[in-house]
Design a protein around this ligand. Sequence first.
Ligand SMILES: *Cc1c(COP(=O)(O)O)cnc(C)c1O
Length: 386
Amino acid sequence: MSNAVREYQMRFAEIFSAERAFAFWKGRVALYAILKALGIKEGDEVILPGYTCVVDVNPVKYLGARPVYVDIEPDTYNIDVNLLEQNITANTKVIIAQHTYGYPCELDTIMDIARRNSIAVVEDCCLALGSKYKGKTVGTFGKAAYFSFQWNKLYTTGLGGMVLTNDLRLAEKIQSLCEKELCRPSKKEILMLVAQLAVYRAIVYPRTTALAQTLFRYLTKKGIVVGSSKFDEYAAAPIEPDFFKAMSVIQARCGLRQLKKIEENIAYRKKMAHIYDKMLEEKGWPTRQYDASIIEPVMVRYPVRIVEKEKALAQAAKAGVELGSWFDSPLHQIRTSLRAYDYEPGSCPQAEKAAREVVNLPLHLRVSEKTAERTVEFITCFTKVL
Ligand SMILES: *Cc1c(COP(=O)(O)O)cnc(C)c1O
């Protein structure tokens, strides 16, 4: 392993005061490492929110386990803890506590249920780097947590993922798994990643234009830059031989630079989210609903519910307004073959409703107050969902 990757892992663990961190090519690879090290195998069940990304489901399927989806709670889009116990069976081995949009899950209840049933909790912190639950940073509650540094997360290394854990026995297992099975990215993949980062810096970073984003997505589709998801990862396909891949030096160096600015990044996102709260409130729109005495969210994007989602997304692209849409299905990006992932259409009504209604507003460092105002002007022309 290179020194840069080792240093990035150490620095990352340090900022969470956690024991160990392990860097990977992508976030989903980090989840796979955790599940495999926990011994997840055929016949096991893994609980996930029915409002997630299909790339979270694939590692479960790769190991032959069955994903079990639990509906969400409509204010925070996180797993509804009142529905948790009825979904636990003798085969349940893991609960994936996904902190959606940056809102921490109801961790006290989840940890308590998990403890009573001898189930491991794995935190999905891909959208919640820096969020706090009862004063403690998320990612340090469960058996392990994983993070993503894909291009629209809190900060990016192009692609990238990290495991965080305080469990030394699990860490040893992940370590030995990496020594035995981890493959290296190819020269071509690294070159494409460098190109991606260059494109990102040149066209996406300086301006917050929807045009740049559209162009970036187009280039990704054409295979000119490495997208975070290959087309075939959207099908319930068997694991690719080179899926379990290490982080490259370029990603690690990029991550180390980003960690130096992490405090400002987090502070800016918190400030912008409060600005959106105020602007929406002034227009008589619902704002974020959470108990500030319990959670302190660091949001990656700001969710808003509207009636005409498809129309708004199409018009935003034309008007140059940066409007996002995760998750647009219970298993984001999968529209049709949900059953191939063991999702029964209709089984998570709140998640399906959210997928139909929620668009999200940008909170990154390129969003000025003026951009936020324009975005709010745009979105409030549509019909709010109360
Ligand atoms: C981005 C994301 C992932 C996966 O990250 P990759 O690095 O693209 O593999 C997983 N879960 C959630 C909730 C995410 O937002």
